[in-house]
Design a protein around this ligand. Structure first.
Ligand SMILES: Cc1cc2nc3c(=O)[nH]c(=O)nc-3n(C[C@H](O)[C@H](O)[C@H](O)COP(=O)(O)O)c2cc1C
Length: 395
């Protein structure tokens, strides 16, 4: 074992939890819950495998917190909306805790990006304003995607319906929904929650000036656009207390717009960061495919660095961090306090161990087919020269 990457493999405290290292498994939707949203044994094995691989923190896939307001976004998405969901998640948290990792549940409201098949008959999706996403539930309709999904003939494209604007009273209900979900998450054994304010979903739709066209207290300025995020953080913190971890995920990308940029760029990030000061989150989490970029031609500051400085909050940076050197650089450059690693931990559950060991490793390119058709044991998605790790007694 070589001691490469000393910052990456140093401990960090979030709320009352001391994490063994600064590697978080990024949230990755797998749509492998029961149709009623109950987490499965397979999910427990999948998450436990990443905990055994050495992630200090595991952030689950986006999970719907209530059966209301079109919260559920995907078929076979897990929920934390009832006692059955709590019992299912308890198996996941117990399995993960056996390996010493902390695990937090990502709470997510789809807003206008909700598969219409998840809505009740006649129910409209909700959003900040009456808008309609131009995306669709599956990422692309190219030949390869069709091949791996074994689709012949025309692509069965599922588009999103026109959304209606939430009333102010309903916004209060949505916030309570997040707080109730957080309470149930703690009941299920989670060490805290992540509030999903990224990737095109409801809280993002309030933060992003393109989808928020309101002119009340919830729109019209960065501070107003961030109000739903702030209220949600405050309500969740009040619901689960100071000892549990609360993080808030932000992004410019949406699943329905992978090139999305915040109008105003880094200056807007600065305003959003200021609005989030003191919101009750233990950390912000920047989601992207390249954490170092900002899509703002007038500035070279990476977005997570700008948000970290403006908010005064620790930052989890995510996007394109696939080796130890990149992870260490993110931590020592002022951009991040932790890194979240998505596709590499998905593909290679022993990523933290391999990085720490310094073993030569040939990284396989990410392939969509591993998302669509995961291997049965969820242990190893790639044909690799995996080392059989001999776990150090002290991690
Ligand atoms: C299959 C897949 C599912 C994802 N599901 C989620 C999700 O549920 N919640 C979320 O915030 N981000 C989700 N993401 C985004 C990832 O967390 C992450 O931001 C992205 O993969 C970039 O990080 P990476 O370069 O480390 O993979 C998903 C990404 C992929 C590839």
């Amino acid at each position: 074992m070589i001691e490469a990457f000393p910052t990456l493999f140093s401990t960090i405290k979030l709320a009352d939890h001391t994490l063994a290292n600064r590697i978080a498994m990024a949230p990755l939707t797998r749509q492998m819950a029961e149709p009623d949203g109950t987490p499965t044994e397979e999910m427990a094995a999948y998450y436990a495998r990443r905990a055994r691989g050495g992630c200090g923190l595991i952030i689950t896939e986006g999970t719907y917190e209530e059966d209301a307001f079109g919260c559920r976004a995907y078929l076979s998405q897990p929920g934390i909306a009832n006692a059955k969901h709590v019992a299912g998640w308890r198996k996941v948290t117990d399995a993960v805790h056996k390996h010493g990792s902390a695990i937090i549940l990502q709470l997510m409201h789809g807003g206008r990006v909700t598969d219409p098949r998840c809505l009740k008959p006649g129910e409209q999706p909700v959003s900040a304003s009456a808008t309609q996403s131009q995306g669709w539930t599956l990422y692309s309709d190219d030949g390869y995607e069709k091949e791996i999904r074994q689709i012949e003939g025309p692509w069965p494209k599922v588009t999103f319906g026109p959304a209606r604007a939430l009333t102010v009273a309903e916004i209060g209900d949505v916030v309570r929904g997040f707080a109730d979900g957080a309470r149930r998450a703690v009941e299920a054994g989670f060490d805290g929650v992540e509030i999903h304010g990224a990737n095109g979903y409801l809280i993002y739709q309030f933060i992003h000036p393109t989808t928020n066209q309101r002119n009340d207290a919830f729109g019209g300025s960065a501070q107003n656009n961030a109000r739903l995020a702030v209220m949600t953080c405050e309500a969740v913190r009040a619901a689960i207390g100071p000892s549990k971890i609360v993080t808030l995920r932000l992004s410019q990308d949406g699943v329905d717009d992978f090139t999305g940029a915040w109008p105003g760029g880094v200056a807007y990030a600065h305003e959003i960061g200021k609005a989030l000061r003191g919101c009750g989150a233990d950390a912000l989490h920047w989601a992207s495919f390249n954490y170092a970029e900002n899509r703002d031609p007038s500035s070279s500051t990476p977005m997570p660095k700008a948000l970290r400085a403006a908010s005064g909050l620790p930052m989890i940076a995510n996007g394109g961090i696939d080796d130890g050197a990149k992870a260490e650089a993110a931590l020592t450059s002022g951009a991040a306090d932790l890194v979240a690693v998505g596709r590499p931990t998905f593909a290679q559950p022993d990523w933290p161990y391999i990085v720490r060991s310094g073993a030569p490793y040939e990284w396989a390119a990410f392939d969509r087919k591993y998302v669509i058709r995961p291997p049965v044991d969820y242990g190893l998605a790639y044909p690799t020269r995996l080392l059989d790790p001999q776990w150090p007694a002290e991690w």
